[in-house]
Ligand binder design. Structure first.
Ligand SMILES: *Cc1c(COP(=O)(O)O)cnc(C)c1O
Length: 355
């Protein structure tokens, strides 16, 4: 069945070993983040038998799939109050920034006779989740409240960067997190066990030996899956970027002009595309679309193919310059970036195979 995603489990395992060596070698514990590929069960088996410490995901549905795991489960996205019971049942740790939600977690943890651990998220300027680092009063008031809750353990602090604001983690900004943690420890006379210093964009700091002392955990998805650190988009040494390959089938192959005929308005997604005049070209339509991939983040293995555009179910390629004599029915292969991997593993129309 096509389209399909071919998962090379040997390459995934290689990347897993490499990231483990890097992150754990730096003295941090490692959360492997599984939301980028919908918590695939074959990859889960590799993770379960590995040296990683935590399985982390943004969706509680994915963490439920890990029922019976020996690893601790971490919910990355701030919990919805409406899912508080599921959160205490299916995760050991969750990332939080709202005291009302934390109180609901406490109530549900009490109901099930559990202690639920939380990381309080501090926003160092990326402007996604967390209490803004400059609002120290808000941080202290929240901690004061948290410490009153009997079934919640304040396990530590966390920060997330390079997601909304595209802010790059540096020794300077991550040091603020470490300082915040020690101020809290002194003020409340407590010990914070985990200071979680970010995601794949923090990985490059290990190589430069610039991860501040005190950061003792990283949460890594993309670097593990695709082998790149996401601060400067550099490939990491010894990692594979092609553990996941998307294959789709040609359903039309015709020579046509490259600029649409007639007055143009907006495309199927409300955008006003610009068309480059390439003259008469050989155009291949393949049976995969925006439901299944992000056309801007799909990289043909045949480097002489250009992706021209896509609608929900069609992807249009310029194969004019290719040395391969394509025919209808042939398959075209692509490396995927994160957004395409995310869609391909979430789309019900993309088959998964393993090698
Ligand atoms: C998605 C996510 C991660 C992992 O990010 P990568 O860039 O894939 O490493 C880590 N932490 C949080 C809070 C996330 O939402």
């Amino acid at each position: 069945m096509y389209p399909r995603l071919v998962v090379d489990l040997k390459k995934v395992k290689n990347n897993l070993d490499k990231i483990t060596e890097m992150v754990k070698g730096s003295g941090c514990s490692l959360m492997i983040v599984t939301k980028g590929y919908c918590a695939d069960m074959e990859i889960y088996k590799l993770l379960e038998n590995s040296e990683i410490d935590y399985l982390a995901d943004s969706r509680i549905q994915n963490l439920k799939k890990y029922h019976g795991t020996k690893k601790e489960r971490v919910l990355l996205r701030l919990p919805m109050i409406s899912e508080a019971e599921d959160v205490v049942l299916h995760s050991d740790i969750s990332l939080n920034s709202e005291i009302e939600t934390i109180k609901q977690l406490n109530n549900n943890a009490a109901k099930h006779n559990k202690t639920h651990k939380i990381l309080l998220m501090i926003d160092l300027g990326d402007l996604r989740e967390g209490i803004f680092y400059k609002n120290e009063d808000e941080i202290y008031e929240t901690i004061d409240e948290i410490l009153k809750l009997e079934n919640i353990e304040l396990y530590g602090l966390g920060v997330n960067l390079t997601c909304y604001g595209a802010v790059i983690p540096k020794n300077e900004n991550l040091s603020i997190l470490v300082e915040t943690a020690s101020k809290i420890e002194n003020k409340f006379n407590i010990k914070l066990k985990m200071i979680s210093g970010g995601n794949s964009s923090s990985v490059y700091l290990i190589g430069k030996n610039e991860l501040p002392r005190g950061i003792n955990n990283l949460r890594v998805g993309e670097a593990f899956l695709l082998g790149d650190e996401t601060a400067y988009s550099q490939m990491l040494d010894g990692f594979y970027d092609d553990a996941f390959i998307l294959e789709a089938e040609i359903i039309e192959l015709k020579e046509k002009q490259s600029v649409p005929v007639g007055e143009t308005g907006v495309d199927a997604f409300g955008n006003r595309p610009v068309y480059e005049d390439r003259g008469i070209i050989k155009r291949a339509i393949i049976a995969v679309g925006r439901q299944d991939v992000d056309p801007d983040n799909l990289h043909p293995i045949d480097s002489k193919i250009d992706v021209l555009g896509a609608s929900s179910d069609h992807l249009i390629l310029d194969v004019t310059k290719s040395d391969t004599p394509y025919s209808v029915g042939d398959k075209v292969s692509f490396k995927v970036s994160y957004s395409s991997l995310l869609r391909a593993t979430t789309s019900a129309y993309v088959e998964k195979t393993y090698k």
